[in-house]
Write a protein that binds this ligand. Structure first.
Ligand SMILES: *Cc1c(COP(=O)(O)O)cnc(C)c1O
Length: 369
């Protein structure tokens, strides 16, 4: 029988050349890493080997390794935060484990006990504790990754795999203030489609989005708003889910985000935003997961009913949107200059308080121990 992932078998080899963490003002997302890497190898016959934490190192790979040819790669993104007592916390990491296993199954890669991985993550965080920066907006970005590592050019189920984790200290996405983003609603390329793999965090989903993003950047936009189909259905932004706030003529208000129909990534921040808004927004608000089109947004903007739009994701928490371009037309989204709308700001505050342990909400914050 093949062995399950077992955190109690962890072997730690500490680096002999420890680095000093960079000062907060030198942190660039994904450019500097901590001293160590967590790895667990898997084979079809043996199952999960004993996990290791070793000094950060390069991989050596046969050029015929399957990840290099058929994109057997998937990942997760979450962060560790330092609370006011110096304890290290992660935010809803069980959701990331659930999603990673869903993706692994779809990618014909081995699944694992997420809870065991979180025990390993806690050990990693305690070891790398000095790299979790102090201060609101600062955190240690965590990148769990799973790759197929069997060798050969046959297109088939990998018989070897490697699960690993690296970590990069990061500052606030937008500096001290919100910086609203401008989007290009894109329908000349498609990010995902019904019954495709858009709802999985597969590396292969990102490569096809870079060229359209570079095109949008030439026209002054920082991201694509991905549309689907003839009706111009709104799906999501590059690596963020998207929310629109409308005020109806009768004064009732609606916060809308597209439903989890298999075409969008089920964001942890999206789910948290929905739950918090349902619980905390005043009673004249309705929170709806429903389909909406770029044409509805255009129409309601023209009527003055569009009051706010924002993206959600682990990197930024919320990113206010101030403009959407579609077929050469600009949809202006109300947004205080250089700042954010009211809801985006509130959601950001609610989530940040839970992440930094200033407020307990359900069991969303896990203390590394
Ligand atoms: C990761 C990701 C998100 C956001 O998910 P979170 O769990 O909130 O970080 C949204 N869309 C895409 C395409 C993503 O890859």
């Amino acid at each position: 029988m093949s062995a399950p992932l077992d955190a109690s078998k962890l072997k730690i080899t500490k680096t002999e050349t420890p680095k000093d963490p960079l000062p907060n003002d030198k942190l660039v997302f994904g450019q500097s890493f901590t001293d160590h890497i967590l790895e667990v190898d898997w084979t079809k016959e043996e199952g999960w080997a004993a996990p290791t934490i070793k000094p950060y190192h390069n991989f050596s790979m046969d050029p015929a390794t399957c990840v290099l040819h058929y994109s057997f790669e998937l990942f997760e993104g979450l962060k560790a935060y330092r609370d006011s007592n110096g304890k290290i916390r992660t935010f809803r990491p069980d959701k990331n484990m659930e999603r990673m296993n869903r993706t692994a199954k779809r990618a014909a890669l081995p699944t694992f006990d997420g809870n065991e991985f979180l025990k390993l993550l806690d050990q990693f965080l305690l070891l790398e504790e000095k790299f979790v920066p102090q201060g609101k907006g600062y955190s240690l970005y965590l990148r769990p990754t799973l790759i197929g590592s069997s060798i050969g050019l046959g297109v088939s189920t990998p018989t070897k795999a490697k699960l690993y984790l690296i970590a990069s200290p990061v500052g606030p996405y937008f500096g001290s203030d919100f910086k609203p983003v401008s989007l290009e609603a894109t329908d000349y390329a498609v990010r995902a489609w019904p019954k495709g793999v858009g709802s999985y965090k597969l590396g292969a989903n990102y490569v096809s989005c870079i060229e359209p993003q570079a095109e949008a950047a030439k026209r002054g936009h920082s991201q694509n708003l991905w549309l689907f189909g003839e009706s111009g259905e709104i799906t999501e932004v590059g690596a963020m889910n998207v929310f629109f706030a409308f005020e109806n003529d009768d004064g009732t208000k609606e916060l809308v985000t597209p439903p989890l129909d298999g075409m969008i990534l089920p964001g942890v921040t999206r789910d948290s935003t929905i739950q918090l808004c349902v619980e905390k927004l005043p009673s004249d608000w309705k929170v709806n997961e429903r389909k909406l089109t770029i044409y509805e947004v255009m129409e309601r903007s023209a009527k003055g009913q569009l009051i706010e739009a924002f993206g959600t994701g682990t990197a930024a928490i919320v990113a206010p949107i101030d403009n959407i371009e579609f077929k050469g037309k600009q949809i202006e989204v109300p947004c205080k200059a250089g700042s954010s709308g009211e809801i985006a700001k509130q959601v950001n505050d609610w989530i940040q308080k839970i992440q930094y342990g200033d407020e307990e909400f359900k069991d969303w914050s896990r203390v590394a121990a």
